[in-house]
Design a protein around this ligand. Sequence first.
Ligand SMILES: *Cc1c(COP(=O)(O)O)cnc(C)c1O
Length: 228
Amino acid sequence: MSDERPVEASAVADRYRGLADEVRALGGDRVRIVAVTKTFPPEAIAAVVAAGCERIGENYARELIDKWERFTSAHRAGPVPEVHFIGGLQSNKVRSLVGIVEVWQSIDRESVVAELSHRRPGARILLQVNATGESDKGGCRPDQLDALMSAATSGGLTVEGLMTVGPTDGDPERTENAFRTVARLASDLDLPELSMGMSGDWRVAVAQGSTLIRVGSAIFGERPPRTL
Ligand SMILES: *Cc1c(COP(=O)(O)O)cnc(C)c1O
């Protein structure tokens, strides 16, 4: 996990509430916030949930399992957020995550679809699309999406929408184009959810129809390095 720097709960709460206000002003009730807690300690989850956040996002299986155990044992009474898995996912990790993850946002290959259909029939998923052509990014190519969609529905999974990550360089025009492309793909497939936008580009994503933004550093500050 992280170096376990103390989490300043009041600063997290202030930033979360400020973000939520701005999101509501720009996107109304359509847009929900997934607070990305990767590499932050369990107290970060507690802080953002106490501020009213209902969803958290995590990227790494081992880290999530360990953190979730610590979070749930320390917060037996309070509200529990919905856990979204947003990182690169290999099929051999699915089994260990089925009791924790409620929304699988980063499904981008048929091997994972098959494993998840087997381990968690009916699971709620988003299909991740790589709309920037960057080879370091997860996601299927847009021309692979129909086949992946068919595999997921025939496997009995609940496909709620699409997920994408904007271009790494943050170029405004390329960002907007990528989000527009994915929004169109979701609309062609009649899928209601669109997970697009992070700390640096969520406003562009909301303008293109995002319904789920995944925000980490704008809530929690600079991320500590990954150690687990
Ligand atoms: C880390 C991460 C985020 C959050 O990034 P920030 O820039 O800190 O908001 C969102 N989505 C994915 C897929 C990530 O890996």
